[in-house]
Design a protein around this ligand. Structure first.
Ligand SMILES: [Mg+2]
Length: 112
């Protein structure tokens, strides 16, 4: 284990909080991540200006992503190899969908 891994090793947290509380925290942090993503989107165009700068919004997005990952790390119910396998499958499906759309062959019944 290197220094970076030791610094973020929070495996003692589940001994303080039950899984159901960690799941509630995950939902809370996912909502905050979504809000941060929407703020970055607002910074990208001037249709609905915000006082937050793009860099501030990006910093918040990174912070919320870290919060989500931190909570997920505590949940021993997440199967990380399976998650990567699903991500790879969905990435390929999404890319194919975009390619088909570009060629005018979109099937609007599929979801990512
Ligand atoms: Mg947060």
């Amino acid at each position: 284990m290197n220094d970076g891994q030791k610094r973020f090793d929070q495996r003692d947290i589940p001994s303080f909080l039950p899984t159901w509380e960690l799941l509630a925290m995950l939902a809370e942090e996912c909502c905050e991540l979504g809000q941060a993503a929407l703020k970055v989107r607002r910074c990208l165009d001037d249709l609905n200006p915000t006082r937050m700068t793009f860099n501030e919004a990006l910093a918040k997005l990174n912070e919320e992503w870290a919060d989500v990952l931190l909570v997920i790390r505590q949940l021993n119910i997440i199967d990380q190899p399976l998650v990567y396998e699903i991500m790879n499958q969905k990435h390929e499906r999404w890319l194919n969908h975009l390619r088909e759309h570009e060629k005018g062959e979109t099937d609007h019944g599929q979801e990512n």
